[in-house]
Write a protein that binds this ligand. Structure first.
Ligand code: ZN
Length: 262
């Protein structure tokens, strides 16, 4: 006897779901027609890719301005999705590498308003690349022809905050690697006597983006050679969670060849 109300309840729950399913099934033929149609809502993802570091930076800057204004154009039309995939099956030529934090509030493709095929993204907490992160950037710059590497920190970064608050004491688990990746940050950017924790964190986030960009250049002869030849810019940047705005800093100066011994 007790089972009956339960069964009824289950049936009652299932009914609305079936009702929802019906319109979706009807919509399928229309979606299929759209998928096979050529892209009529703009250029293919690789068709208008910037071909110089300065043009790549201008494109990201313009895309971010669209995002801030709530006027995205490249990532707004889901009717282009199938055409976008089709255009990219044969290969990729992302014009920029974005090295940023894993923070879920930093949606790199949206905030630069760039669809698939245009950004080569490396994400690690605290935007502190390990060797594989650097190798990924080298692959994009050397093999895929990316013209720009943006090393982008962000406001309210939990990784930088954790390293700041640990203040040299070991964080649990493998989180020590985060601290190792930001080694020297706290010493380079100490808290001013009249500065509160929030303001200090903001300065640490900027300093970390700059230091990680420089570290990437220092650890990669391949990237140094490309940057010294003006084929590649490495640009530190900071993303503001509240405004959506990205502040770009100056491209790093690079000298080719091995680093002098200290
Ligand atoms: Zn973060």
């Amino acid at each position: 006897m007790r089972l009956l109300p339960l069964l009824l309840a289950t049936t009652a729950v299932a009914l609305p779901a079936e009702e929802h399913a019906a319109p979706a099934a009807k919509a399928k033929p229309k979606a299929a027609v759209q998928a096979s149609a050529p892209a009529t809502h703009g250029p293919a993802p690789t068709a208008d890719a910037p071909d110089s570091p300065s043009a790549a930076l201008a494109e990201l800057s313009a895309g971010n301005a669209r995002f801030v204004a709530g006027k995205r154009t490249r990532t707004l039309d889901s009717g282009r999705d199938a055409a976008m995939r089709a255009a990219l099956v044969g290969g990729q030529a992302p014009f920029a590498v974005i090295l940023t934090c894993s923070d879920s509030r930093v949606p790199d493709a949206l905030l630069f308003d760039q669809e698939a095929g245009r950004l080569f993204t490396i994400r690690e907490a605290g935007n502190a690349p390990d060797l594989q992160g650097i190798a990924s950037a080298e692959y994009a710059a050397e093999h895929l022809g990316s013209k720009l590497i943006v090393v982008m920190g962000h406001s309210s970064c939990g990784a930088v905050k954790a390293v700041r608050e640990a203040n040299g004491k070991s964080l649990p688990g493998n989180l020590w690697a985060l601290q190792a990746g930001m080694a020297g940050l706290l010493e380079s950017t100490p808290q001013d006597p009249n500065e509160d924790a929030k303001a200090h964190l903001g300065r640490l986030e900027e300093a970390n983006a700059r230091r990680q960009a420089q570290a990437m250049l220092d650890r990669s002869a391949l990237l140094r050679d490309l940057a010294a030849g003006e084929k590649l810019w490495i640009v530190p940047a900071l993303y503001n969670l509240a405004s959506g705005k990205v502040q770009f800093f100056k491209p790093l100066a690079a000298v080719p060849g091995p680093l002098p011994h200290h």
